[in-house]
Design a protein around this ligand. Sequence first.
Ligand code: SF4
Length: 330
Amino acid sequence: MRPFDYTRAESFESAVATLHDDPTAAVLGGGTTLVDLMKCGVTAPGLLVDLTHLPGHDGIDADASALRVGALATMSEVAVHPQVRRRWPAMSEALLKGASQQLRNMARIGGNLMQRTRCGYFRDPTFAECNKRDPGSGCAALHGENRGHAVLGTSEQCVATFPGDLPVALTAFDAVVHVLGPDGPRVIPIEEFYLLPGDTPWREHPLHPDELITAVEVPASPAAAFSHYLKVRDRVSYEFAAASAAVGLAIGADGRIVDARVALGGVATKPWRERSVEAALIGQPAEPEVFRQAATLAAAGARPLEHNGYKVELARRTVARAFVELAGQR
Ligand code: SF4
């Protein structure tokens, strides 16, 4: 790890000013991603701006219309919060299925949204080809070991899978991200927060270098309150998703679906909303065969590589099973 300077911010506003003045500065939250990347030599900030001690940014507040979580709340605190478990259960499940308990105790929600890919070529600078780490250098994964890479949202420049769990649930339920920059606060819908790699895979989100996440807000809805996160992976614990699905349903008194939500993780370059599946479920009875049929619409347009073709069928089965398990909770 290269030497760096360290400072404790006096406020979010002062942290923004520091980021604005020093382009080598990076923000330190829980450190569970950033320090990892510094150790592997992927990133080398000249200054770490520590936010962790700042009061007033770790709140978890729910009212009738929405949940608002401060950027410095830990994954553990949000996962077990009674309102989150009762009214946004897919969020709680997604958090509990991410990382280990020790990491969840450290990692903050702002940093969780900023996770970077687990592509092995990205995280190992001894591989020269990685457009995300070194623009213009190529993509070693395209013709290398790509079993864990994405089949949706890819480009010729990058096929890295988005690694997170919570952002998948946030995408299913129309969250927005609150950010602060030198020009003041702004709000970014979660589906616009994550960018496709296209020709610029090093740009993963629309944040300016001197902007910070301050909070995430998730609307309340019947589908969010009746929701589920299913994560399929090579081992049961402490593993990234081969495929995952955040699903939610609102079911009318006649047993027919009036609202359906689904977003995929583990198979795309960003959290992947599946609106065609949602539309196919509206007005249908909440029955297993209906879910299986609708799930066949998931992962449309997938572009498998040599080793990851299994993810197309796995994504569809994960969606179907997530809905079947959720409907079984009624
Ligand atoms: Fe780099 Fe993306 Fe290719 Fe991985 S998939 S080697 S992150 S360019």
